[in-house]
Design a protein around this ligand. Structure first.
Ligand code: SAH
Ligand code: SF4
Length: 368
């Protein structure tokens, strides 16, 4: 294999077909390859028995299927599983699997850190490091599907039925790599997940919301967290560039591109900050008569943070206030508390134990 081997992981069908043509091969082999890699979890070209020997040889010489390296797996008592993936320079990104009777949701990361610096978020507190590649994004799904048992023991019934971009990073700030990853999630040659079951969560990059609506049209969740600009400026600083009115206009346009499409508004409940009934009333004014659902997220604390979680009865009262005026409002159940897998707690810290294991592995590789 040459030093510049091309990584086929994360390459959408069109690009793969072009690559096969460039290699002097028929483009339909791209479809075979995708089925092997994503549906059967096979990454060794030699095992791809319906490709000719000479094609397997060519692929082995010029290309590679380079999976992200898994540093550790953490299993929660409630069934939630978190993986740390190596992302260079002692950093890691995290993916979290949340099993439920009727679905398996994988929460994936799109960046190492995040530049948007929301006041209540551990990833934001860490600062921005770099964008993940499409291979590193889809690699999280590949790994979960390859280690978890298929649902109902059916070969096509992947453990991951839903994917949410709610891990580390702002997916719309890494649009160029997120779109090919979405292509693979929804492709029938790969995971075949419906657009409705893929959710991009954004803090509100308005121009990119427009693009996403035109080009992908997956489900959209918007991290609103405050019902007026003064408060949102403080909690979600990107609001100073894209204030609420323009953000909501973009949301309604997004929703109108497909019928019966609701936008989910995430609202983290911070004690004494944004959780009063007058805030619920302001939120109602913003969302009244619109295709909107609200998801209240109990704040998940992390070290060195200034906020407190709203008491449960405050969260329930806030929910009731919106519900009685006709806004569908849910409260997110916090899962994986014992393994720091909850929203906003993902900081990609590589523990000393893992770091030691990693440097040991590197040492072994260097001396091999
Ligand atoms: N950057 C994207 C997606 C990743 S964050 C976004 O901001 O939407 C996923 C969700 O977790 C967002 O709604 C985010 O606001 C929320 N969140 C961040 N920190 C949190 C915390 N400490 N407690 C609860 N939710 C948090
Ligand atoms: Fe970034 Fe989202 Fe965290 Fe804000 S909440 S800092 S946008 S990851």
């Amino acid at each position: 294999m040459s030093a510049e081997a091309i990584n086929l992981l994360g390459m959408p069908q069109g690009e793969l077909e072009a690559l096969f043509t460039e290699l002097g091969e028929k483009p339909y082999h791209a479809r075979q390859l995708m089925r092997w890699v994503y549906q059967r979890g096979v990454t060794d070209f030699e095992a791809m028995t319906d490709l000719s020997k000479s094609l397997r040889q060519k692929l082995g010489d010029k290309t590679v299927i380079d999976l992200p390296q898994v540093l550790s797996q953490h299993d929660s008592a409630d069934g939630t599983i978190k993986w740390l993936f190596e992302s260079g320079f002692g950093q890691a990104v995290e993916a979290v699997f949340i099993p439920e009777p009727d679905r398996g949701t994988l929460c994936i990361s799109s960046q190492v850190g995040c530049a948007l610096d929301c006041a209540f978020c551990a990833t934001g507190a860490q600062g921005f490091n770099r964008n993940l590649s499409a291979a590193e994004i889809i690699g999280q799904v590949w790994h979960a599907n390859s280690v978890l048992p298929r649902r109902n023991n059916d070969a096509q019934d992947f453990a991951v039925t839903n994917v949410v971009f709610m891990g580390m990073g702002e997916p719309l700030a890494n649009y160029r790599q997120v779109v090919p990853a979405i292509d693979i999630l929804i492709s029938d040659l790969a995971y075949g997940i419906s657009r409705r079951r893929v959710t991009v969560s954004t803090s509100g990059l308005v121009p990119t919301i427009e693009r996403l609506g035109d080009e992908c049209n997956v489900s959209l969740a918007v991290s609103l967290h405050a019902p007026n600009d003064d408060l949102r400026d403080r909690l979600v600083p990107i609001n100073k560039m894209h204030p609420i009115a323009g953000l909501l206009d973009a949301c309604w346009r997004y929703a109108s591109k497909r019928q019966n499409r609701y936008i989910t508004f995430e609202y983290v409940m911070l004690d004494g900050v944004n959780d009063r009934l007058e805030h619920a009333d302001q939120l109602f004014e913003l969302l009244e008569g619109r295709p909107a659902k609200v998801n209240l997220i109990p704040f998940n604390p992390f070290p060195g943070n200034e906020f407190w979680r709203s008491p449960t009865d405050t969260i329930v009262r806030f929910q009731d206030r919106l519900r009685e005026r006709g806004i569908v409002t849910t409260i997110r159940r916090t899962r994986g508390d014992d393994i720091d897998a909850a929203c906003g707690q993902l900081a990609g810290k590589v523990s000393d134990r893992v770091r030691n294991r990693l440097s040991e592995k590197r040492r072994r590789m260097a001396t091999a």
